[in-house]
Design a protein around this ligand. Sequence first.
Ligand code: FPP
Length: 278
Amino acid sequence: MNALLEALRPGEQDEALARAIDPARLPAHIAVIMDGNGRWARRRGQLRVAGHKAGMRPVRMVIEACAQIGIEALTLYAFSVENWKRPRTEVEMLWRLLRTYLRIELDELMRQQVRLRVIGRTDALPAAVREELDDALEKTAGNRGLQLNLAINYGGRAEIVDAVKALVEDARRGETVIDEAAISARLYTAGVPDPDLLIRTSGEMRVSNFLLWQIAYAELYVTETLWPDFTRGDLLRAILDYQKRDRRYGGLGASVAGSAPAGEVRDPFSPALSVPIQ
Ligand code: FPP
């Protein structure tokens, strides 16, 4: 948080938002569905690819801001397993953009101490993209700052299938514990805390096969803003909104926890009453 406040000039736009954030209650992991590039371009009478190009600016911004704020992990949904259905020219353009991004931004990622991970079925990516990614993964592997996960050729169900395959394989070799931790440990995100906050731009109320297992208790934040228009202020507002939520994880949450006597649970239809546990 301090690094962001230091980077902001007094009175600069976003300063008040940044000061309002409680550094003790930051989301450890923010995941983002970057949606609305196509609509952004269409509204300007431009080709869809122009929207993807314009979507690079907020990519840079969220990475830098999350690194400055001290967020532990950031996951960006860049390409889903379903995105292959798009016209070939658009898919090729997305690969070109990704390669350009890696080439131009690698020094900056190093300066910001960002550690890159790619989540998804990367063996299906074009060789040139894989090589560029492998190079960036290797170079950033020793960084100790923000963990940046780029979801590329990613699908939540595919990830669970891959985890179950790995688990079955391990079970064959004699390792037989099958529980939630065993599944989590075999997901692409193994070792990274589950997202606390999932942001989706462009107003769609869907999770679109993104981090299905990991978002079990994530707080959802949907903004009408299209991805290319997403600003640092929007990110800070999402974090502030998150900090207002009462996270209950199926329990009673901070606002009512402790008010029900032990051995009793609240009847949700009659909050004033409580019912004994049988
Ligand atoms: C969704 O908008 C966006 C994508 C499928 C691609 C996201 C890619 C970028 C932001 C650029 C490259 C990213 C990195 C990490 C270098 P959409 O095309 O579905 O928009 P629409 O719903 O308005 O059509």
